[in-house]
Design a protein around this ligand. Structure first.
Ligand code: ASP
Ligand code: MG
Length: 422
């Protein structure tokens, strides 16, 4: 079996879905093709605002209408005059409304609420796509990822229960016999008592990897709007170079530092089984793309850049003027882990501990509040975290472009800097 993953940008309009279906059609084989799909376009961002307590009633209403219009327009353009798919989408939208109505809107339930609401993006997209593929005559099974990917109850960042997931995937393999395609949702899973969870933003790549691992897939292909694994995000960088071969470990490092081309957790499971991972363009699907596998070095060898915007740098200082020691760090990490915050860069001195994190107000505000019980907290916002692998001084100077450097860390291969955002 092969696993394909299509992200939001590859299914963001009726034309995009037609293109995606065309790619699927060209890759049908005797074994069913497993197709993992994200929410359409920017739907996840929109759904994040429908989580209770985030927007006013009026704004909520407008966003909810936008969600409906966007999907219904796509459906009507894809398959004109088909009531059954329109009804399926309305059923899901009504389920979303009733789910939201039952949630408690306090911040304590934010992570749980998030998963219950945001998961609808993938449920809707896959419902439309599976229906459309069947409409084209491709015998397609819609599979609920919440029946396959079993996680713990760590909401917004569910941790996979590999044993149970493997078992469910065997069941999926059985169910899939006779089908040409299995369409399932990226990003979502469920606890063993079937409470919906999500795997972290951009987690659909990880879903593809989990399924590939558990199904012993032959390969995973991630279809993107870029020609492959580039040495920088073309959104921030003009002259990008495509890396055609990437060793598994290099890909893990890059994703960890924030290379947005793949989700950080994606590579490990498939590396463990030696399953190759291809990154290809859905815009030029005939082209080669990049391949991640058992290579010694990247090809071609060139500096690699990763930019993370909207960062906040917190300096944490003990109130009692004591040193920052292991006991303080333990408390700080306990709070970070409880709130579910990932640290992008950290540095300690005798008197303070600095962490650079994404500036998500929903999480940063409670973090600062809690830290203030024991520590003094200073912060700097609107920062950019830059990581350069295989740097030279010349490369660093041109990227920093005269901005003051707030924090810097350098190893043999990797330079990391925090500078004011542009
Ligand atoms: N729809 C989710 C997100 O936008 C998951 C994904 O696209 O990978 O984060
Ligand atoms: Mg996405």
């Amino acid at each position: 079996m092969k696993v394909f993953k299509f992200g939001g940008a590859s299914v963001n309009s009726a034309d995009a879905v037609r293109n995606m279906a065309h790619i699927v059609q060209k890759h049908l084989e005797s074994a069913p093709l497993v197709v993992v799909v994200s929410a359409m376009g920017k739907t996840t961002n929109l759904l994040e605002k429908l989580v209770p307590g985030i927007t006013s009633d009026n704004e909520h209403k407008a966003l909810r209408q936008r969600l409906e219009d966007y999907h219904i327009d796509i459906v009507k353009s894809l398959i004109p005059n088909d009531k059954s798919i329109v009804n399926k989408v309305y059923t899901l939208l009504h389920q979303l409304d009733s789910t939201i109505a039952t949630l408690q809107s306090d911040s304590e339930h934010y992570n749980y609420n998030y998963d219950q609401v945001v998961s609808f993006g993938e449920l809707i997209s896959t419902t439309i796509i599976a229906h459309y593929l069947n409409h084209l005559g491709i015998n397609t099974l819609w599979e609920d990822a919440r029946q396959c990917i079993v996680t713990d109850n760590h909401h917004r960042e569910g941790r996979v229960d590999w044993e149970s997931t493997r078992g469910e995937c065997w069941r999926l393999k059985d169910n899939a016999t006779g089908y040409q395609v299995v369409v399932t949702q990226g990003f979502i899973g469920a606890t063993s008592d079937l409470k919906t969870t999500t795997l972290g933003r951009e987690g659909s790549d990880y879903s593809a990897a989990i399924l590939a691992y558990c199904l012993d897939a032959e390969s995973v292909t991630i279809w993107k709007d870029v020609p492959g694994f580039l040495n920088a995000d073309p959104k921030f960088f003009a002259n990008t170079v495509k890396i055609s071969q990437i060793p598994y470990n290099e890909a893990i490092e890059l994703a960890y530092y924030g290379a947005s081309v793949i989700h950080p957790k994606t590579v490990k499971p498939i590396q463990n089984k030696g399953i190759p991972l291809y990154i290809r363009s859905f815009i030029t699907p005939e082209a080669d793309g990049s391949s991640i596998g058992d290579y010694k070095t990247i090809v071609p060898e060139t500096p690699l850049y990763i930019f993370k915007n909207n960062q906040i740098l917190l300096s944490i200082l003990p109130r009692d003027y004591s040193f920052i020691a292991e006991d303080n760090l333990q408390v700080i990490f306990g709070i970070l882990s409880k709130i579910g915050i990932r640290v992008n860069l950290m540095q300690n001195s005798a008197l303070s501990f600095s962490i650079c994190i994404d500036n998500n107000p929903q999480l940063v505000a409670p973090l600062i509040e809690e830290l203030k019980n024991m520590f003094r907290v200073r912060y700097n916002q609107n920062l950019q975290l830059i990581t350069i692998r295989y740097y030279t001084q010349e490369v660093i100077d041109s990227i920093v472009a005269g901005r003051p450097i707030l924090l810097e860390q350098r190893s043999r291969t990797t330079e990391q800097l925090i500078v004011p955002g542009k």
